[in-house]
Design a protein. Structure first.
Length: 397
């Protein structure tokens, strides 16, 4: 068997590696608590599940879906964008369903990049922004997201040669993994930059619906001129507790959507019709369930930030996403700290360095476990941290 060389260009997918470690610990009888992947633990809202049940009873949903998406789905996305963001979308030309944001983001790399070209990718960032370009034989050019810059890329610092070969830029706010929200003026500057350099701006809007402390996240498409240069990937995974449903939409620049669609018709056969109809129920009728989830995550965020403070790890409570991004305690790097808490406390957290070189020195906690388990996990981290700082040995288990 001879696998392709392109597979050697990328590291194993972060969360696949973590999944393996968790399975090994569990097989050894250890009560491991995973704060690794961002996978909402509470069920999909009943209104969505009921809509799926009724849609699946209709044999009309059992055949190949149209790759263009059901009109009901495209219209529901347009209604949602109008109601939520004040953005007008033409459901016929400016909306296409995607099988989750991951599929969409990866396929945009295939549709827009060739060897010799590049994608500008946030560092730290969601692994697909860098793995995607590498898998298609192009290059990711990293844009550092630094705490002192509000975790926004410095677009002026991007060298001329990189601007010339870049065909895509990935941004994502509220931001995974840092939890930062879009700084004022960033989207405007990105529109200008993309226009001046003939780059397609891709905004990953996977976390716009999960925000705290009165913050309301904007869509990139609210920015004047954005539709001329960009698209947005809106995912139902995190905000609507629908990770397993693989449902997202790409919206915005109609020409970019045509290229994506042309590619996609050759790769997959679209989203299951019944899932598209369930997504309509989510978009039209699940606002209160979504708001309720932000209340749950805020409670968990405060629990985590308070506990980290007690062991001397200072974090700025994030105003969005389902993550807390924290500096590793003194004496560790990202990988060694994550290894340490896994071995000593049976708690899984994600090493910042796995999200890019500028993630080194940080770790990420996902808030997607039940309150009691999260409390137990932070208690383990707290006792271990106190022990590491000279307190009694409270090693787990
Ligand atoms: C995460 O950052 O936890 C991701 O969203 C999981 C994934 O989609 O691979």
């Amino acid at each position: 068997m001879r696998p392709s060389e392109r597979l050697d260009r990328i590291p194993p997918y972060l969360f696949a590696g973590l999944e393996k470690k968790i399975a090994e610990k569990k097989a050894a009888g250890i009560d491991v608590i995973s704060l690794g992947i961002g996978d909402p633990d509470t069920p999909t809202p009943p209104v969505v599940v009921e809509a799926l049940q009724s849609a699946v009873n209709d044999p009309g949903t059992h055949q190949y879906p149209s790759n263009r998406g059901r009109p009901e789905f495209r219209e529901a996305i347009a209604r949602f964008y109008d109601r939520r963001f004040g953005v007008t979308l033409d459901p016929d030309t400016e909306v296409i369903p995607a099988i989750g944001a991951k599929e969409c983001i990866f396929n945009l790399n295939l549709a827009f990049l060739d060897p010799g070209t590049a994608a500008l990718a946030a560092d730290p960032g969601y692994p697909v922004y860098t793995g995607g370009p590498l898998l298609v034989g192009a290059e990711p050019v990293l844009m550092p997201l630094l705490p002192e810059g509000g975790f926004a890329p410095d677009l002026d610092a991007i060298p001329e040669a990189d601007r010339e070969r870049a065909r895509l830029m990935f941004l994502n706010y509220p931001n995974n993994p840092t939890g930062a929200v879009a700084p004022d003026g960033l989207f405007e500057r990105a529109v200008e930059f993309a226009g001046a350099n003939d780059i397609l701006m891709v905004h990953d809007a996977s976390y716009t619906e999960t925000t705290y402390d009165g913050y309301v996240a904007p869509s990139f498409l609210e920015t004047p001129g954005s539709k001329d240069v960009g698209v947005e990937v809106f995912s139902l995974s995190k905000g609507y507790n629908m990770t397993g449903w693989r449902t997202a939409a790409i919206v915005g620049n109609a020409e970019a959507l045509e290229h994506y669609w042309r590619l996609k018709t050759n790769i997959d056969s679209g989203n299951f019709d019944a899932v598209q109809l369930a997504a309509v129920a989510a978009l039209d009728r699940a606002d209160s369930a979504v708001r309720e989830m932000s209340i749950v995550y805020k409670r968990r965020r405060d629990l985590v930030c308070d506990a980290l403070g007690e062991i001397g790890v200072d974090v700025e409570p994030p105003r969005g996403t389902i993550y807390v991004w924290a500096p590793v305690p003194e004496g560790y790097d990202s990988a060694s700290y994550c290894e340490h808490v896994l071995e000593e406390s049976a708690v899984v957290v994600s090493p910042g360095s796995a999200f890019g070189p500028n993630g080194e020195g940080f770790f990420r906690i996902s808030l997607t476990v039940a309150d009691e388990r999260l409390a137990e996990a932070v208690e383990r981290l707290r006792s271990r941290g106190q022990h590491d700082r000279g307190g009694p040995d409270l090693s787990y288990p």
